[in-house]
Every structure is written in structure tokens, then in C-alpha cells.
Design a binder for this molecule. Structure first.
Ligand code: GH3
Ligand code: MG
Ligand code: MG
Ligand code: MG
Length: 306
């Protein structure tokens, strides 16, 4: 019998302390167990702790299990937690209602330890597989950075958040200089290795909360920098140019230096109603184009209309 994946968190939401005690004892060995005695407290705990699995009582005072389930399913931060309903109502209709509400499974009362453990084990394993798939879907295969799909989603979300809070959102678009010549000289495989080194440096440079480095495509990268003023963004751009240069990857046929360099287009703004992900990317791209024209191996801040 295979064990549940390590580091799982199981949240029990039930208004009966006796049931909580009983269930906790049954699943104790399958993960870290948390509990809440009301729907509202359970939602709060779920937001803070992001459990893989929630064992949810259907009949509760106040917000019942269906109410809790609906909120979890409609909250993007909670949606990845799987819900198993626990209920004494064992009619087919009740079971169908639980699954229709978005639960992955159903445990009948009275509780049977072997049944509870088997269901919990199965769903923890599925959750672990799903989280691997989720990571892969958001990742660029060559560099391990986030991919464009994920970046586009985050950019849209951060733009809306910065608009709401009236904060400056920063964006850096980076393009490897004379990369075609690099491939021509060293071959595609060496080119791939070079992209991996550049990606590694960018990943290490995006460590503040909310910062995100992604491969935008080909030899282009993009970094999202929340709450970043023009001064701080230019500092980032200068750091990136310096850091990539310091990798000291030989590139004798490059036009700006005898090693691999990047050009960087920067854009930061407090988003107004007319600013969109597309308009920000276009502004950064225009600045990148100017940086290339001005000789490469440099960063340039986009002029943003006041
Ligand atoms: P510039 O300084 O103007 O950016 O010149 P460049 O040569 O870098 O620009 P261009 O867009 O002409 O060429 C980009 C090259 O990047 C062409 C393409 O073969 C290469 N490239 C794109 N994706 C990959 C990849 O995944 N691996 C490798 N090895 N090369 C790639
Ligand atoms: Mg109850
Ligand atoms: Mg390019
Ligand atoms: Mg290039």
C-alpha cells in the first residue's frame, strides 16, 4: 500500500468537536491536520494554510458545508484544495448533490477508519499529481522559468491590483544581443546552454515578493516588478545588463562586447483606465528597440505619457 505524499495538509471543518477528534485520529498519519469548528473559521484557515485536502461537514450551524464549498470553488487562491464532504445523509441524491457542488468525493457517517484513510490517501495522491501538472503547465521547458502563458495571466492580475491600489507596476523586457550570430558560431545546443545561464541569473535576481521572471519566447525574457518606481526600475535594468555581462559567456562576433550581453526595455506606470497588458508590453518593446539601436548592452526606460 503506497503512503500519502509527504508534506500534505488536511483541514477538517466540522461543528462537532467529537467528530473532529475522531477524524483527526484517523488521518493523523497521512499529513499535518488542522481543524476549524465553523465554516467561516475554516475558510480563513484555508486561505492561510492552503491545505491539499479539506474534509468538510455538510450539516453545520451558520454557513453549511455547501456554502463553504461554493466559496472555496469560486476563490482562485483556494480552488486547488480538494474537498471531501462528510455527512450522515447517504442517499444517492445527497451524494450527487455533494459531487455537483464541486467536491471530489464523499465520506459517509458513521465513520469507518479504513474507508476514511483509503479515500484520503487516494485524493492526496491525485492532488500531488495535479500540482506537478500545474507546475509543468506554467513552466518553460528549456529554462525552468515561468512560461509566457503564466506570465500573461500574472501581468493582467498585477495590472488590475496596481490600478486598484494606485501603485507603479514595473516591467522589463530583455533580449539577448546578436544571438543569431551566437548560434551561427557555436551551434544551437550551446545557444540553449547560454539561454539557461541567462535564465538562471534572472531567476536569482527576481527574489522580492511578487517578482517574476519568465521566458517570453526565443531569446526574449520578461520580468515583472511590482511596486517599482522609474528609479528602481532603471537600477534593475542596469543590474541585469551588468549581471548577464558578468556571466562572461564568450561571444566574439557580438557587436557590443566580446561576451554575451542583453538589451533591456523598461516600462513602469501607475495603471490608469487606458493601460492594458498589451500597451505596457508595447511600451517596453519600443524601449527595447531603442536600446538596440543605441548600441545594445544597455537598458532604456520607456517614455510614458503623463
Ligand atoms: P538582436 O541583437 O537584434 O536581438 O539580434 P539577434 O540575432 O539576437 O536577433 P534575431 O531576432 O535576429 O535572432 C534571434 C535568434 O535567436 C534566432 C533564433 O535562432 C535564436 N533562438 C530563438 N530561440 C532559440 C532557442 O530556444 N535556442 C537557441 N539556441 N536559439 C534560439
Ligand atoms: Mg455537523
Ligand atoms: Mg529577439
Ligand atoms: Mg536578440
Amino acid at each position: 500500500m503506497k503512503a500519502a505524499p509527504p508534506d500534505s495538509t488536511i483541514l477538517i471543518i466540522d461543528d462537532s468537536p467529537d467528530t473532529i477528534r475522531l477524524l483527526s485520529a484517523m488521518v493523523r498519519e497521512q499529513g499535518r491536520v488542522l481543524f476549524a469548528t465553523s465554516g467561516a473559521a475554516g475558510l480563513e484557515l484555508a486561505r492561510l494554510q492552503r491545505p491539499q485536502l479539506i474534509l468538510l461537514d455538510v450539516e453545520m450551524q451558520g454557513m453549511d458545508g455547501f456554502g463553504v464549498c461554493e466559496r472555496i470553488r469560486s476563490d482562485p487562491h483556494l480552488r486547488s484544495s480538494a474537498i471531501i464532504f462528510v455527512t450522515a445523509q447517504s442517499s444517492p441524491e445527497a451524494e450527487i448533490a455533494c459531487l455537483d457542488a464541486g467536491a471530489v468525493d464523499f465520506i459517509p457517517k458513521p465513520l469507518n477508519a479504513a474507508v476514511v484513510q483509503a479515500r484520503v490517501r487516494t485524493h492526496l495522491r491525485l492532488q500531488a499529481a495535479l500540482s506537478v501538472l500545474d507546475e509543468l503547465a506554467n513552466q518553460d521547458g528549456l529554462t525552468g522559468l515561468y512560461n509566457r502563458r503564466y506570465f500573461d495571466r500574472q501581468l493582467a492580475a498585477e495590472l488590475a491590483r496596481h490600478r486598484r491600489h494606485e501603485l507603479p507596476l514595473g516591467l522589463a523586457l530583455l533580449d539577448v544581443d546578436d544571438f543569431k550570430r551566437f548560434n551561427d558560431r557555436y551551434g544551437h545546443q550551446e545557444g540553449d546552454n547560454c539561454l539557461q545561464l541567462v535564465a538562471g541569473a534572472l531567476r536569482e535576481g527576481a527574489r522580492r515578493p511578487g517578482e517574476l521572471a519568465a521566458r517570453y519566447g526565443g531569446e526574449e525574457f520578461v520580468v515583472l516588478l511590482p511596486n517599482t518606481t522609474p528609479e528602481a526600475l532603471e537600477q534593475y535594468g542596469q543590474w541585469a545588463c551588468r549581471r548577464i555581462g558578468e556571466l562572461a559567456i564568450p561571444h566574439p562576433t557580438a557587436s557590443a562586447a566580446p561576451h554575451v550581453t542583453v538589451s533591456v526595455g523598461l516600462c513602469t506606470l501607475v495603471p490608469g483606465d487606458d493601460d492594458t497588458p498589451d500597451s505596457m508590453l508595447r511600451a517596453a518593446d519600443a524601449a527595447l528597440y531603442e536600446a538596440k539601436r543605441a548600441g545594445r548592452n544597455r537598458c532604456l526606460l520607456a517614455a510614458v505619457p503623463a
